[in-house]
Design a protein around this ligand. Structure first.
Ligand code: AHQ
Length: 235
């Protein structure tokens, strides 16, 4: 999907950003599984299946970001991008997002072991996540940066998800929701940097088309993960 000038001249920054943001229409907040989640209609088993499968995505995010770092020649970009890895892997003093996701797993009644050993990860989730990591490893680093811009749309979804868990899934210990609270602050910070890099680096029509295609690909990654989870956990 591209909403750029048909004459293939490069778009101005405003038009390019608008075309990136237009991908909100394909973001996974509209996936039936998320719609049912946010309406409080998922069973405990479905919530557990989603948490166990999303763990595979979470543990692969730092690997994806390290791939971008390894392909990026710009120290100023790397200095900002490396924070994403620490956000997930944590530091000596701070547990990161992967630990927070394991605490979410315990809060929904899963053991850390059964989540970490990936026994519940369904093929469609594994293939989608692996495709995302391979994309970051093999495509130009600016395209991998652009693919992370789904996070432009994440804060609204995090807020809705937190409200849904607090209202409908009271059986989940609220301490397990810390991951989503942290993303409310991290996602906007990350997407602001990602958008700045993408608009600065993608100037030609071809570069802008590739950035839009990268974001469209990532929408498909997130959507197909939920297709696979939905099919494996029909409720
Ligand atoms: O928890 C999420 C996360 O750490 C990231 C990293 C980022 C990326 O680099 O692609 N995308 C992302 C996302 C996370 N959570 C998803 C959710 O629905 O909970 C949303 C997802 C994204 O919007 O890409």
């Amino acid at each position: 999907m591209t909403a750029l000038d048909e004459s293939r001249t490069s778009a101005g920054t405003e038009e390019f950003v608008a075309a990136l943001r237009a991908h909100a229409q394909r973001y996974h907040h509209q996936h039936p599984f998320h719609v049912r989640m946010n309406e409080g209609r998922l069973s405990r088993e479905q919530i557990r299946g989603w948490v166990a499968n999303r763990y595979y995505y979470q543990e692969c995010i730092p690997i994806k970001d390290a791939a971008i770092l390894s392909n990026c020649p710009d120290p100023a970009v790397r200095r900002r991008w490396i924070r994403r890895i620490l956000d997930h892997d944590g530091t000596a003093d701070e547990p990161g997002g992967i630990e927070a996701w394991l605490r979410l797993a315990e809060a929904v009644g899963l053991s850390r072991e059964e989540v970490r050993d990936e026994r519940h990860v369904v093929p469609g989730v594994r293939f989608a996540v692996d495709a995302y990591v391979t994309f970051a490893r093999t495509r130009p680093w600016t395209e991998a940066v652009a693919s992370s811009l789904t996070e432009l749309f994440a804060p609204d979804l995090m807020s809705r998800r937190l409200a849904a868990f607090e209202q409908h899934y009271t059986w989940v210990d609220r301490k397990g929701l810390a991951y989503f609270r942290n993303r409310l602050e991290q996602a906007p910070r990350d997407s602001e940097h990602g958008l700045q890099v993408t608009t600065e680096r993608c100037r030609s029509a071809a570069e802008q088309e590739r950035a839009l295609a990268a974001l469209s690909f990532k929408c498909d990654v997130l959507w197909s993960m939920l297709d696979a989870i939905d099919q494996a956990h029909p409720g």
